[in-house]
Design a protein around this ligand. Structure first.
Ligand code: SAM
Ligand code: SF4
Length: 357
């Protein structure tokens, strides 16, 4: 299969039906429940497709064809989408990317979202390289909590996986800053890779005995850009849990705030917990509560697949986006069909940085 032939973003999922267009007014206040009875309260917003790292499982070394400035939604446009979705039941927003902290003045967007009635939780997914510089302003603006990606506890490995020397020390400074300004709960995301970091599973788990952190292991998902990695380097979360159980008994635990697809465990009495996110080995789509907004204004009902609805065009034309949101809900698929070693189920996606992961 030719990877270069794939579009940066897959094609549009279609347009609202005449009925959806006619009901724009009355639909504006009703809950976002999809055809499978799942109610959407959570929106992951990608504020940029760019990144200061090149994690081996995410982006190719040379980067990707970036979006142009005029293709990106402005902060005002993003806030308008959140304002439209809040009366439809949106409660929680996560800012992600690419790397969200490479977009200038992110705290301005946070302030705008924080003012939207009904939004009760604003979180951030970051690689933390720039977090030390921004933690305070983001906290003041209204970010409640952060998820930090950290795939190893060893400097040489972090720098190698991120393909950027010097990353580790900046990430550590970012972690310190996150604790200092009081982002809580603090979640660490660890992408599991056999032969690259799987011998650190126990060390990561041990952190939760000392600190109130939530360490989450994630199975690598195949995209066009990482097929080489995912085909040979997969490790299931079941295997990770089996290794952790060799160093101590685990009990099922309540998830921290923002409980999504992860299942949680803890060592009895430990302040932190261990989460597993198993897109490959145990499908969790029946619990899906989210949609995704790409940096160029495509509303995606699923992380994978080729469904997305263009919100940017109607927004810039001054039209109601409610029918476009309804339409996206109507086509939300029951589940994804990812398969390890193949990008067939990824809908032409090169990297999770394109949809906000
Ligand atoms: N740059 C930020 C970061 O790294 O946290 C936010 C965007 S990143 C795409 C969001 C999450 O997706 C990160 O935790 C990252 O580790 C994870 N991720 C990226 N590509 C992945 C893949 N192919 N499989 C599993 N997780 C992936
Ligand atoms: Fe960047 Fe995050 Fe992708 Fe790593 S996982 S390349 S930090 S977007």
């Amino acid at each position: 299969m030719s990877r270069t032939a794939l579009p940066l973003h897959p094609t549009v999922s279609g347009a609202p039906s005449p009925g959806e267009l006619a009901r724009a007014g009355s639909d504006a206040g009703s809950p976002m429940t999809d055809g499978f009875g799942r109610t959407i309260r959570y929106l992951r917003i990608s504020v940029t497709d760019k990144c200061n790292l090149r994690c081996v499982y995410c982006m190719p070394e040379e980067g990707l064809p970036w979006l142009r400035r005029d293709e990106l939604l402005s902060y005002e446009e993003i806030a308008e989408i959140v304002r439209t979705m809040a009366p439809m039941g949106l409660e929680r927003v996560r800012l992600t990317g690419g790397e969200p902290l490479v977009r200038r003045d992110l705290h301005r967007l946070v302030e705008m979202i924080d003012r939207v009635p009904g939004i009760r939780d604003i979180s951030l997914s970051t690689n933390a390289v720039l977090l030390a510089d921004h933690a305070e302003s983001l906290r003041e603006a209204g970010v409640d909590r952060v998820n930090i990606s950290l795939d190893s506890l060893r400097e040489d490995r972090v720098d190698a996986i991120a393909r950027r020397p010097g990353s580790f020390s900046k990430i550590m400074a970012g972690l310190d800053a996150a604790e200092r300004v009081g982002f809580a709960p603090l979640k660490l995301n660890v992408v599991l890779m056999a032969g690259q970091n799987d011998d650190e599973v126990e060390d990561f788990a041990a952190i939760t005995r000392e600190r109130p952190w939530h360490v989450r292991f994630i199975e690598v998902m195949p995209t066009g850009a990482n097929l080489g990695v995912s085909a040979e380097a997969t490790l299931s979360c079941d295997e990770a849990l089996a290794r952790i159980r060799r160093i101590g008994e685990l009990e099922p635990a309540e998830g921290p705030t923002g409980n999504g697809p992860a299942r949680y465990y803890r060592f009895p009495g430990a302040p932190g917990s261990i989460g597993v996110i198993t897109p490959m080995s145990h499908n969790f789509c029946d619990r899906c509560n989210r949609m995704r907004l790409t940096a160029d204004g495509q509303l995606r009902p699923c992380l994978f697949g080729d469904l997305q609805t263009d919100l940017r065009t109607p927004l810039r034309a001054g039209e109601s986006i409610v029918p476009f949101i309804r339409h996206t809900l109507r086509v939300k698929p029951e589940r994804h069909w990812l398969e390890q070693g193949s990008d067939a189920g990824s809908g032409g996606l090169q990297a999770l940085s394109q949809t906000g992961g």
